[in-house]
Design a protein around this ligand. Structure first.
Ligand code: HAM
Length: 436
């Protein structure tokens, strides 16, 4: 029997079609992310894809869907309880504390790109292995930091060419605000308790705010009339939220205040936000995040304030495809050498190596015996020039270059080939308007 891909996973392929699974597109998106994060002062952090299960139980929260239902948790051969990471925030906090990074200064800004694992029901936009780009900023408690991460996320989307995104912001207040709100919310929900879904009934005592986040249609109907957290904020939480909204106005970020956002992870306080698109169906949250001031202290680290976000790359790429956003191809061979016979094979191999050693993308036909088949391979490689080399060319010392798009031919002495190609390569890389 053929072995198949596990459910909820996918391959990213070097195939140039209109799919979001084309590796060219992933490379482009990652490049934009790396460039933009560097410009905002964020440095890369990489953590393992598996951690002690306890990290997420404590970090993400025991009553969250992620921990209750979605983790890939198993015992390793020594009986340790291990989880594939479902998200990055808890892992970055662990790495920060474990490596004593607080010694490096009072503030820290990290970004990461990598796979995350959640055992969810797979559907379009929802995978068991998905990829996140995320940032975490530690050390600043003022709302500029919240505004900076929101701005960074939107700037990445903008540079990728995404349009028509909606930004929803809310605050889940500080501990005191949530205590006040919890009482008001429970008071409101009590008469409806019998009609709530089983999950919401469980959450009623443990974490009633999460009921606002329920996807169950009846729950949704009930919470529509629920009191708003915005009316239960302490003066400090209220001032923080108002200042954030003011900063977003100042940098021309359009947003809606959505007091139903609570987010599915327990660590948030004060600011929470989501970015939505209408172009990819039901799984329409492409990015989300918020402030989580107590988390680092929870891992026995310094009591640093923190804020961050993560965006699902699959959803970002799917939105790009749905909106027909152009993107650049990765480099293709500038020249494709086709040898005719053993002698010219050696010459072609030398020339191809010389090209490669001087940064000129090139390839060589080592398989096809017949010219038409070799030309097909050259076309498939999307090379710009093809150079067919036989005994005639070896004798004359001149190569014939054929432009595969215009069919023009040019004869060049072997000694002049590399300078000519280098010039051509420079022109094509500076005009990298070769967008799909
Ligand atoms: P999250 O909302 O759980 O937040 O996930 C962030 C993003 O990852 C979502 O908005 C979505 O685009 C994508 N995503 C999540 N699950 C899946 C899935 N099964 N398939 C495809 N995409 C998915 C966090 O993970 C927080 N750690 C974000 C954060 C960072 N907050 C502060 N710092």
């Amino acid at each position: 029997m053929k072995v198949q891909l596990p459910k909820g996973t996918f391959d990213i392929l070097p195939v140039a079609d209109e799919s979001w699974r084309t590796s060219d597109l992933w490379q482009h998106v990652e490049e934009v992310i790396r460039k933009t994060t560097a410009e905002y002062g964020y440095r890369e952090i990489r953590t393992p894809i598996y951690e002690s299960a306890e990290l997420f139980d404590r970090g993400v929260g025991e009553t969250t869907d992620i921990v209750m239902k979605e983790m890939f948790t198993f015992e390793d051969r020594s009986g340790r309880k291990i989880s594939l990471r479902p998200e990055g925030t808890a892992a970055v906090a662990r790495a920060f504390v474990e490596n004593n990074l607080q010694q490096l200064g009072p503030t820290h800004k990290f970004f990461y790109i990598g796979p995350m694992f959640r055992y969810e029901r797979p559907q379009s936009g929802r995978y068991r292995q998905h990829h996140q780009f995320g940032v975490e900023a530690y050390g600043v408690s003022t709302p500029e930091q919240d505004a900076e991460v929101i701005d960074l996320l939107l700037q990445v989307y903008k540079r990728l060419g995404l349009k028509n995104l909606k930004v929803h912001v809310n605050t889940v207040g500080d501990l005191e605000s949530r205590k006040l709100y919890r009482e008001a919310l429970m008071e409101y929900l009590k008469p409806h308790f019998g009609e709530l879904s089983d999950d919401s009934k469980t959450r009623f005592e443990k974490n009633p705010l999460r009921i606002l986040d329920s996807k169950n249609p009846k729950d949704k109907e009930i919470v529509r009339e629920a009191p708003s957290i915005l009316n239960h904020l302490t003066p400090d939480a209220k001032a923080h939220f108002q200042a954030l909204c003011h900063l977003l106005d100042q940098i021309q970020i359009h947003y809606e205040i959505d007091d139903r956002i609570v987010r599915g992870l327990d660590y948030y306080n004060k600011t929470v936000f989501e970015v939505l698109t209408e172009d990819i169906g039901a799984q329409n949250t492409i990015g989300a995040g918020g402030r989580y001031d107590g988390l680092i202290g929870q891992f026995e680290g310094p009591d640093l304030p923190a804020v961050g976000f993560a965006t699902g790359l699959e959803r970002v790429l799917q939105t790009m495809m749905a909106q027909k956003v152009p993107y650049p191809k990765s480099s293709r061979p500038l020249i494709y050498f086709i040898p005719l016979g053993e002698e010219s094979r050696e010459k072609c191999f030398q020339l191809a190596s010389l090209c490669r050693h001087t940064h000129i993308p090139s390839d060589i036909e080592l398989y096809a015996k017949k010219v038409p088949a070799a030309i097909q391979n050259a076309l498939r490689s999307e090379a710009k020039f093809v150079c067919i080399l036989g005994s005639e060319e070896l004798q004359s010392g001149k190569a014939k270059l054929k432009n595969l798009a215009t069919r023009e031919e040019k004869e060049i002495h072997f000694d002049h080939l590399i300078p000519y190609l280098r010039e051509n390569h420079l022109i094509s890389t500076t005009n990298s308007s070769e967008h799909r």
